[in-house]
Design a protein around this ligand. Sequence first.
Ligand SMILES: [Zn+2]
Length: 176
Amino acid sequence: MGHPVLRTKAQPIPPSEITSQRIQRLVDDLFETMREYSGIGLAAPQVHEGLRVFVAGLRPPEAAAGELNDDTDMPFITLINPQITPVGDEMISGWEGCLSIPDIRGLVPRASRIQVKAYDRNGRIIELAARGLPARVIQHETDHLDGILFFDRMNSFESLTFSDEYRRYWTEDEDD
Ligand SMILES: [Zn+2]
């Protein structure tokens, strides 16, 4: 937090460039960095690349188009130039953290269900429906592409907590 790229609107990736070595290497780097830091999502601006791409998920294989709704078993996804449409107007508050804001968590309201249209890393157009944790992660990461951090989405800063206190007071035995 503080690097200007995190507050800058990222540029779309021309579809014809998605399969280029540069973009493929960037996607690989994002996955590698996300795993290294035990994150559940990582957007290009977080590694100082102002491009509209992020990776997310907890396990292989990569998800195909369809619905992501399982809170505990989210497959890897790569979304390029994503467009999110909320489904309904239900908002739900949940805990978020961010690799760009280490060791701090807060309660953030998000649309509970979304539709996403994007390119995958092979340059194919995909459509996903998501709810639960995957919907939250996709909204958090898409915000990074618009220079928005999760603090900006909070209704109040009262819930802000350090990771140690989060583990001590706000969760039983949950990992990141
Ligand atoms: Zn983040």
